[in-house]
Design a protein around this ligand. Structure first.
Ligand SMILES: NC(=O)c1ccc[n+]([C@@H]2O[C@H](COP(=O)([O-])OP(=O)(O)OC[C@H]3O[C@@H](n4cnc5c(N)ncnc54)[C@H](OP(=O)(O)O)[C@@H]3O)[C@@H](O)[C@H]2O)c1
Length: 243
């Protein structure tokens, strides 16, 4: 059984690890002794993140929506212990009436199809006792007006997590469902508008603030380390579902 006091000797692969939640997972796992491998689509951002992680970190630039590139990456990587999928891009949030349904399909590209490809090609290389942690979001349980697509993707990932836990057992498969988190995901918004969003949402939440990447990363570490949960979605949302 993996000890709860660290990741010594463990290898953790994080797709979407150059920024935000994925980078925070990489930092926390590395600080507990893991060797981490991070992947994102930008060579520059990967390099910067690897430098910030120091020592035992490696990185590779791959567009994870390219199935062949994902397959090639895992075939060359060798064995590892834990797979984290946290790649995500900014979603266009619209009400249904003004949603272009052809464009809307794109919302599933990275978050669903790329996650599925990562699991398909990555899981055969996971060592005994290892796990997979996917990423969903609280919109699946607590949708707001205009969040039809985001909520659909999140619900899909939760169902996928349960199905994979059955299919891939004894590899454990879980997901983390964050509420609103202050990361680069929101960088396509005007800075003042973004701060206003964080403040107004934070003020409405029972915890009085929006999340930070470090808050959310702790849930991934928990799910990787403990050995008895599978098929679960852990909600870290500051109480979003309550209000
Ligand atoms: N932040 C929130 O409020 C929030 C709330 C609920 C759920 N989530 C979910 O949490 C996950 C992580 O988001 P975050 O907030 O940490 O965002 P983030 O800081 O923007 O991180 C996203 C990561 O995904 C990578 N990525 C994007 N497109 C990629 C591609 N095609 N191939 C490979 N890597 C790619 C990015 O790197 P490159 O740009 O270099 O490729 C980056 O490392 C996402 O699935 C998001 O939907 C976030």
């Amino acid at each position: 059984m993996q000890k709860a006091n660290g990741f010594e000797g463990k290898r953790v692969v994080i797709l979407g690890g150059s920024s935000g939640i994925g980078l925070a997972v990489a930092q926390q796992a590395a600080s507990q002794g893991a060797s981490v491998v991070i992947v994102s689509s930008s060579a520059e951002r990967v390099q910067k993140a690897v430098e910030s992680l120091g020592g035992a970190a490696q990185g590779q630039a791959i567009d994870v929506s390219d199935e062949r590139a994902v397959a090639a990456f895992f075939s060359e990587l060798g064995e590892f212990d834990h797979l984290v999928f946290s790649a995500g891009d900014s979603l266009r949030l619209n009400d249904l009436a003004s949603t272009d349904l052809q464009q809307a399909r794109h919302a599933f590209e990275l978050r669903y199809w790329s996650a599925l490809a990562a699991v398909k090609y990555g899981s055969p290389h996971i060592r005994k006792g290892g796990s997979i942690v996917l990423t969903t979001g609280i919109a699946g349980q607590r949708p707001r007006k205009g969040w039809v697509l985001a909520a659909s993707v999140c619900g899909t990932i939760e169902a996928l997590t349960r199905a994979l836990a059955v299919e891939l057992a004894p590899i454990r498969v879980n997901a983390v469902s964050p509420g609103l988190v202050r990361t680069n995901l929101w960088q396509n918004m005007d800075a003042a508008e973004r701060e206003q969003l964080f403040e107004s949402v934070g003020n409405r939440l029972p915890v009085g603030r929006v999340g930070e990447a470090d808050d959310i990363a702790q849930a991934y570490l928990f799910l990787m380390q403990e050995g008895f949960s599978t098929g679960q979605t852990v909600v870290i949302d500051g109480g979003t579902v309550l209000v």
